[in-house]
Design a protein around this ligand. Structure first.
Ligand code: PLP
Length: 431
């Protein structure tokens, strides 16, 4: 499969090259040249597929013959090696739990698939060693560290802002060792991200190391997120109402993958982009003007994005047709106060515990269903509530049970290197 750059359609790339580079040389995001629909029979028989077979059918055309079927199957088996249950909340609402992976946030799927694909291309010998350089505000770092741990030929360097990630998130990226190095930056997340961008433009470093990025601009992290929607649909196949998904959104990678799944024929009728105070899309719908803004800090910090990088892929999917986009996507935004009230009410009424991100998704769904009672709605729970322990315990007024995997990590020793400025990062990368 060929990909083109959204900055210039003439700039095309193989899957391998797109995975290896992350962004096109002209700084555009890669987009598949064509989206091949799955046959009607596939959806009729969807319940007959195992999770792995289903995912294989979904992704195979996007990879083409660049990874042999047997290898691709192995990568998918490892990627999906946990559950994705839809838990019923009431007769009209279900929650798709995406937090049963090793770092308890949905980014595990994309990180594992990318690690598997990149690991295969390195093993094949077309490329030398690669350094994955990534800045994290919390969940990406842990998922990437875990996904790439022990993969031959790959070094991982993670930058995170000192004192600004939760204790669990910090331990998840500083206790693994092996090929994972954590740099604790005396600064903000934006400063970490700026250092990473500077390193990508630094020719001295480029001569010394092959760098790639592992956030959702990378097609190997973005595309496998389609799996969630197909696996959820299998569990919803009995429902004879229209189907809507509410996705707690930050960089819009996850929801954009859902919309790509629809382009392949998955019968989802509508999407809801649920945001916290960082309401870029809501404002876009009101004014038809896309105006990024500096991000605002909230309790759903993984969605504190003022300039969502994947939005341009959504526009492309809808061929820049504003009306068509509005017919298929709704957007709502909620304050921290709303979010906490929803977490508390859900717990008091049903006993179900939501994390702040899932709660934003639930609120968006609730808002939509008020006007559209003919739908069955599913909201995505993108992280386990223990990842936001303090907030969740304070809001619901109850202690959470810590899963054994998290407990084990909390007892491990943190190993990180403190850095202050770009020169420190550069010195480290030139070592
Ligand atoms: C990354 C993340 C999101 C946002 O996903 P996008 O694909 O960036 O829109 C939502 N919730 C959690 C817990 C996350 O880690």
């Amino acid at each position: 499969m060929q990909y083109f750059s959204l900055n210039n359609r003439e700039h095309t790339s193989s899957f391998e090259n797109a995975v290896l580079r992350g962004l096109a040389p002209d700084k555009g995001l890669y987009f598949p040249e064509k989206v091949i629909s799955l046959p009607k029979s596939f959806f009729k028989d969807i319940n007959g597929f195992s999770k792995v077979d289903l995912a294989f059918q979904v992704i195979k055309n996007f990879v083409g013959d660049e990874i042999p079927s047997s290898e691709l199957t192995k990568i998918i088996e490892h990627t999906l090696d946990f559950d994705f249950p839809v838990v019923s909340i009431n007769e009209n609402i279900g929650v798709l739990e995406l937090f049963h992976g090793p770092t308890m946030a949905f980014k595990d799927v994309g990180a594992r698939f990318m690690a598997g694909s990149l690991g295969y291309f390195i093993k094949k010998g077309n490329v030398g060693n690669v350094t994955v350089l990534v800045a994290t505000s919390g969940d990406t770092g842990g998922a990437v560290a875990n996904g790439f741990l022990g993969v031959d030929g790959i070094d991982v360097v993670i930058l995170y802002p000192k004192g600004k990630v939760s204790e669990i998130q910090e331990k998840q990226l500083t206790t693994l060792g092996e090929n994972i190095i954590a740099l604790e930056v005396d600064g903000t997340f934006d400063e970490c991200q700026d250092m990473v961008k500077q390193a990508f433009l630094d020719e001295e470093i480029q001569k010394h190391r092959q760098l790639t990025s592992a956030n959702s601009i990378n097609v190997a992290r973005w595309l496998p997120q389609m799996f969630y929607y197909f696996i959820a649909y299998q569990q919803l196949a009995e429902i004879d109402k229209k189907i809507v998904f509410s996705v707690p959104s930050g960089n819009f990678g996850n929801i954009c993958a859902g919309m790509l799944a629809v382009k392949m024929g998955l019968p989802i009728d509508h999407f809801i982009a649920s945001s916290n105070a960082n309401d870029v899309i809501g404002r876009y719908f009101d004014s038809e003007k896309y105006e990024p803004r500096p991000s605002i800090s909230t309790i759903s910090n993984a969605m504190d994005v003022g300039n969502p990088s994947n939005f341009i892929r959504i526009i492309e999917l809808f061929e820049k047709d504003f009306k068509n986009l509005k017919d298929h996507l709704s957007s709502y935004s909620f304050t921290d106060d709303h979010t906490k009230k929803a977490m508390k009410a859900m717990f008091d009424e049903t006993g179900y515990i939501m994390d702040p991100h899932g709660a934003v998704g639930y609120l968006g769904l609730q808002e939509f269903l008020k006007k559209h009672p003919e739908y069955y709605g599913t909201f995505l729970e993108t992280a386990h509530p223990v990842k936001f322990l303090e907030t969740v315990e304070r809001v619901i007024g109850k202690k959470l049970e810590i899963p054994p995997a998290i407990d084990a990590i909390l007892n491990k020793e943190k190993i990180s290197i403190s850095i202050k400025e770009y020169a420190d990062l550069k010195a480290h990368l030139l070592e």
